[in-house]
Design a protein. Structure first.
Length: 274
């Protein structure tokens, strides 16, 4: 979507919702907020709609308030509060509908209040502060993050050798998110402004331009080689800046992966020619 089209949609959305008496406020999120990186050709529209209590389901189940609603070809409920909708030209909008009290369930980083009929701005400031606190606390729990990462690598490799290749690949990719969070906690970024405290993988290549390609390269290989490469990366990247780096646990998983690569001696003997 071209920049002028993107901004035109924002204006139409705001105009449409301001005409709705039940709407108390609209909050633009991410690139739609105008903060940080500007929207590009791949940006969606991401926003919150805050409505009067009791009006939430009307805005979640009927999408006629969206701009050019007749062009929406598919919409679905993603969570209790959130939805996604696709337009016929392929454009995506992601939004959640809250009443003022439900807004406290949200998590936000970059946002802009487009209009506010009650105290949405004040509520969002408190949500933003809580989100930052939760994100900092999560990054500080490095043992848990490393446990998730090592568990995903071990399980992915095990399932690969069992013949479950699709599940193996999915498991290994699941391990990349806690790995990215560990890097965010222990490795200074090249550009701190690009780091996302809601999702460690968002704009990771911009915050860590050398590490992003290394992880992507590791994942391009078959699961056993990819798993080994990710474990090697943790040794070289995380260990220097993490005093409590669990080297013994990493070594144990590396040992398991190495053993699984060797032929089973019982199978080899059984299948040997007389």
């Amino acid at each position: 979507m071209a920049p002028e089209q993107y901004q035109r949609y924002c204006s139409r959305l705001q105009d449409s919702l301001q005409r709705e008496p039940a709407v108390l406020g609209v909050v633009a999120l991410g690139s739609m907020s105008g903060l940080g990186r500007a929207p590009d050709a791949w940006s969606d529209h991401d926003f919150f709609v805050v409505v009067a209590p009791g009006q939430q389901e009307r805005f979640r189940t009927r999408l006629d308030w969206l701009p050019e609603a007749a062009q929406v070809v598919f919409g679905f409920r993603e969570t209790a509060h959130g939805l996604k909708a696709f337009y016929g030209d392929g454009h995506l909008v992601e939004f959640a509908v809250f009443d003022p009290e439900e807004l406290g369930l949200a998590r936000v980083n970059r946002y802009a209040v487009l209009f506010d009929r009650v105290d949405i701005g004040q509520r969002l400031a408190a949500v933003r502060a809580r989100t930052a606190e939760e994100s900092n606390r999560s990054r500080a729990d490095s043992a848990r993050l490393m446990g998730h990462f090592l568990g995903a690598v071990w399980t992915g490799a095990a399932r690969y050798h069992r013949g479950e290749h699709l599940s193996a690949r999915s498991q290994l990719q699941d391990g990349v998110r806690p790995l990215a969070a560990l890097i965010a906690a222990h490795v200074p970024p090249a550009d701190a402004a690009e780091r996302d405290d809601l999702d460690a993988l968002r704009r990771f290549e911009l915050a860590y331009p050398k590490l992003g390609p290394r992880i992507a390269e590791a994942l391009s290989h078959a699961v056993p080689a990819a798993a080994a490469a990710l474990l090697e990366l943790t040794d070289t990247v995380l260990a220097p800046g993490w005093p409590d780096y669990p080297a013994a646990a990493v070594t144990a998983v590396q040992g398991a992966l190495a053993r699984w690569q060797l032929p089973d001696p019982l199978i080899s003997t059984h299948g040997a020619s007389p």
